[in-house]
Design a protein around this ligand. Structure first.
Ligand code: ADP
Ligand code: MG
Length: 241
């Protein structure tokens, strides 16, 4: 379970998050949507303490992240995989090397174990034939699928996605969303920031609408898309759909 309680985040005088609370239970998929600059990325980054909240608490399973030592935070953060808009693969490493690096270095897997896991995951994301390629030889969609596989190689309990398809050419969006959807079907607990509304409708158990650093709506996808309860959400949907 992930629980964020009354999160505030300021950058100097800028109040980016203003009392944001939410809960994600095991197996749930929560989709966060909202205009650019509303604080979605900052919120995700607060959840795995890439940013430290100015105020408020983040709980993962039974641990309160804000009370842990830096060492403990690193441990808890291993439970939470994150995939960004830009893929951040290691450019000088092959696909295989990208996938085995952290499991060996951080989790202490043997090379054989890490390679076996990597192969399994590459099959899952449909890129087994690219195992020895370098990232710059892959399309954006393929790179993002490698980035997802790399994150999964750490066997996280939770996955956070921050606009995973926003940097992709349109024809590559589906292959990435399909991978995320199959993860959802396998029961992975996830928070996904996306502008792909069709996808959101399909995979979300809960849709959260953020605007100006606050959660304005938290709803089922059916209710949110058919009967948004705030004017801001109505407005946003009209512009985007
Ligand atoms: P979103 O992901 O919804 O587009 P962000 O969380 O990226 O929104 O940003 C929300 C606001 O916080 C923006 O106004 C942005 O400029 C500001 N912001 C984000 N990170 C920083 C930072 N490190 N320093 C100062 N301002 C920031
Ligand atoms: Mg963002």
């Amino acid at each position: 379970m992930i629980k964020a309680e009354h999160i505030y985040k300021n950058f100097g005088d800028i109040h980016v998050l203003k009392d944001v609370s939410m809960e994600v239970n095991k197996g749930e998929v929560v989709v966060i949507i909202g205009p650019s600059g509303s604080g979605k990325s900052t919120f995700l980054r607060c959840i795995n303490l890439l940013e430290e909240p100015t105020k408020g608490q983040v709980q993962i399973d039974d641990q309160n992240l804000t009370e842990l030592s830096p060492k403990q935070v690193v441990k808890v953060r291993e439970k939470v995989g994150m995939v960004f808009q830009h893929f951040y693969l290691f450019p000088h490493k092959t696909v295989l090397e990208n996938l085995i690096y952290a499991p060996m270095k951080v989790k202490g897997l043997s090379r054989d174990e890490a390679v076996a896991r990597a192969k399994e995951l590459l099959k899952k994301v449909g890129l087994f034939d690219k195992i020895n390629q370098y990232p710059n030889k892959l399309s954006g969609g393929q790179q993002q699928r490698v980035a997802i596989a790399r994150s999964l190689a750490m066997e996280p309990d939770y996955m956070l996605f921050d606009e995973p398809t926003s940097a992709l050419d349109p024809e590559m969006v589906k292959e990435v969303l399909d991978v995320i959807q199959s993860l959802a079907e396998s029961g992975m607990t996830m928070i996904i920031v996306t502008h792909e509304m069709g996808f959101a409708k399909m995979v979300a158990d809960k849709v959260i609408f953020m605007d100006d650093g606050q959660i304005l709506e938290s709803n089922t996808p059916e209710n949110f898309f058919n009967h948004p309860s705030t004017e801001r959400a109505k407005d946003f949907l009209q512009k985007i759909l």
